[in-house]
Design a protein around this ligand. Sequence first.
Ligand code: NAD
Length: 447
Amino acid sequence: MEICVVGTGYVGLVAGTCFAETGNDVVCVDVDAKKIERLKGGAIPIFEPELEEMVKRNAEDGRLTFTTDLAEGVRRSRFIFIAVGTPQDEDGRADLQYVLAVANDIGKILNDGDPGPMPKVVVDKSTVPVGTADKVRDAIRARTDKPFHVASNPEFMKEGAAVQDFLKPDRVVVGTDDPGVAELMTSLYKPFVRTGNPIIVMDVRSAEMTKYAANAMLATKISFMNEIADLCETVGADVDMVRRGVGNDRRIGFPFLFPGVGYGGSCFPKDVKALIRTADEYDKPMQIVRAVDDVNTRQKKVLIRKVKDVYGDDLKGRVIAVWGLAFKPQTDDMRDAPSITTIRGVLDAGATVRAADPQALEVAEGIFADEIKDGRVALFHNNYDAVKGAHALVVVTEWNEFRRPNFERVRGLMAEPVIVDGRNIYEPGAMRDAGFRYLCVGRPAVG
Ligand SMILES: NC(=O)c1ccc[n+]([C@@H]2O[C@H](COP(=O)([O-])OP(=O)(O)OC[C@H]3O[C@@H](n4cnc5c(N)ncnc54)[C@H](O)[C@@H]3O)[C@@H](O)[C@H]2O)c1
């Protein structure tokens, strides 16, 4: 099938590439000319495991092309997937301006000249609030009388494992009221569900709601466990033991039960807020989801509080080493990353920061450009370089390469042997024996 994917970010590039991988002819469109040039030259603009090689192979075989020309993509294709960003607006809503701009343009393109294979199926893959498909339909309809369908197909991939998630999804959700579109979408996704995972066809509004419900549920597990961890610290319990005791209950399970520094990234924070706003607009305030968001806002500051527990509120003259900048391992994405809250918090208290990350340095250079210029933030690829002269090492992201460092070397490089572990990746007893004062999340501090 001929497919156009509009928006060549984390979702669009992975989806487009995986559709090409199963033999479809895919054109990926983006307004970012630099990104498209890079992709045409065989370089991918993000870090995502397995993606680069798959992009290259499909591009070389001619099944995957890149362009800034939406009209070319629309005319060539039967399916048009909208995968542009839906960031949070200043009120916490999902900002639909990019989605609706694409819808407008599609309407114009369909109306002007030969539209190519028809009728088009316009698919909302971006995460969008309930009712957005209607807005997309209205925006296209305002420009053309030609026939088209609008469907919803929310994406559940995780950054860091996006290719595998797309190739082997737990489920595919398709929102449409049209049996023909349901059939087309089912055949498009069939190669990805050969082991029997379901393609669930439902009405459009339920599909739009499913994405928010899934993300809010996962965020709830995280905030719940972070709140339990906080109480564990107060009452002298060990959250890791509690996690094991709880997770073995098959009704609950282990995923998303690790306490930490709060959820970040490009999805949970904005999607939780957007769901709260949708509920408010329908006069149905969501108490649980609001609490999830509040707990997370507090949790993102947990490491700042712990550093201050050691050195007091004034961190002037203190050097804080940070291991991990990406919002989670195996990505270079720093959108809403807890590392940003942590670094800004210790900078505001007067500290300087030396931070290391295996993949996110280029992104971090943009975020901390001013602080790098005035010497308050330094970035390193090598994690040992970051701890030189540090009064505390703060572990924010649990990259594998941080799990078993040479602690003797780390202690030798640091000004003070203090580790604040936001991911509980080290054993308190071993840290005490290695000569560190060790603070973690939901477990007793040692040393
Ligand atoms: N990142 C994830 O893990 C993930 C997972 C599931 C769902 N989602 C959702 O998918 C959507 C996209 O997320 P992302 O992380 O890929 O975003 P992104 O910011 O990485 O990519 C969006 C891309 O859209 C492009 N764009 C903007 N306006 C355009 C236009 N008019 N025409 C063509 N291209 C345009 C931008 O230049 C950018 O390259 C969001 O709604 C997000 O919530 C993201």
